[in-house]
Design a protein around this ligand. Structure first.
Ligand SMILES: [Zn+2]
Length: 335
């Protein structure tokens, strides 16, 4: 027990030290992944979209298209690459050499924003070009998951840091810790369900709706005082485990619908690995392994709770990898 004045206990070695740090480091890993995803992933993806545009341009009426693009460009904001791009378009479209000449993602983004307006107004450009100008696939479900992961990891490390300071604070923080786990599991459903069923609004809504209702109920339940008592330890673990298992239905459904798609198999393998990591985490947590075999030997390091923390971070990271595969799949193929 430490008193209120002992705040920097984060830097002292005690039985909560590794519990704090495993999830604080996990939080920073996910913060970095979120920043990386926001900055880097659209670039990779939209270069692929550009490839689609280029393919479509090859089949389009180039003379008409060239004049359309050139009338579109003056309406774009000023940017250093713009004049260069205009010059390049004048010469490169007839040569069908657009992709190697474009290096800037911003230029491409403007081109994306510019051309659909012309299609809406004119409707006289090759339909295949319009096909190539699909709306970029939303990242919202993916960022919702990343937000849930960061909330879980931050709430958990804060709980372990503050729980020893006062009973009142511990009471609040433990609920926040459980709510964090529930939030991580809940938000983990959004990317696989959304990207698997985005082309089938009925199933997409059924899965997303039932997932949301079930998860909110779980989070509210996890805030009840009785949920926290020691005799609920096994029930808590099986509760989180059961919540995770309810994701099996949409995954099997995805495999049936897209069994020919390598991405469907690829993401399922990540999802199985994630299930194993979380499942082992829940078992270790519930069975108090390894300290039940040698009580007192694992208080500082190797305690079941620390293993559980590490397995949670590893499971969430596996899910991030699956999310990248989903994004790539949908960006390339659409529906
Ligand atoms: Zn914990």
């Amino acid at each position: 027990m430490a008193d209120e004045a002992d705040f920097p206990s984060i830097f002292r070695i005690h039985n909560e030290t590794l519990n704090i740090w495993t999830h604080l480091i996990g939080f920073f890993i996910f913060l970095s992944l979120t920043i990386y995803t926001a900055m880097k992933v659209p670039k990779v993806v939209d270069l692929q979209a550009l490839q689609q545009i280029s393919d479509a341009l090859k089949k389009a009426d180039l003379k008409k298209l060239q004049s359309e693009i050139l009338t579109c460009l003056p309406s774009l904001p000023n940017m250093p690459d713009l004049n260069k791009l205009r010059e390049e378009l004048k010469t490169s479209i007839p040569l069908m050499d657009l992709v190697p000449s474009l290096s800037s993602w911003h230029v491409m983004e403007h081109l994306h924003n510019c051309l659909p307006e012309i299609f809406a107004a004119g409707n006289h450009i090759d339909a295949q070009v319009l096909q190539g100008m699909k709306e970029p696939i939303t990242r919202r479900p993916f960022f919702t998951f990343l937000g849930g992961a960061m909330f879980c990891l931050f709430a958990s490390s804060t709980y372990h840091l503050l729980s020893c300071h006062s009973e009142r604070l511990s009471y609040i923080m433990l609920r926040l810790d459980y709510a964090g786990i529930a939030a991580l599991i809940a938000t983990s459903f959004y990317p696989p369900v959304y990207y698997s069923f985005m082309c089938d609004p009925f199933f997409c809504n059924v899965y997303l709706g039932s997932t949301t209702v079930l998860r909110i109920a779980t989070i509210l339940f996890s805030l009840l005082p009785m949920f926290q008592s020691p005799k609920f330890r096994k029930i808590r673990a099986s509760f989180f485990f059961g919540m995770g298992m309810s994701g099996v239905a949409p995954i099997i459904h995805k495999l049936i619908l897209f069994w020919q798609q390598p991405e469907a198999l690829h993401t399922t393998l990540y999802e199985i690995l994630m299930g194993v990591l979380y499942g082992v985490g829940a078992l270790v947590y519930a069975a108090r392994v390894p300290e039940r075999w040698m009580p007192g030997k694992f208080d500082i390091a190797g305690h079941s709770h620390q293993l559980f923390h590490i397995l949670v971070v590893a499971g969430a990271f596996t899910h991030y990898q699956a999310g990248l595969v989903y994004l790539k799949w949908r960006d390339q193929n659409g529906c």
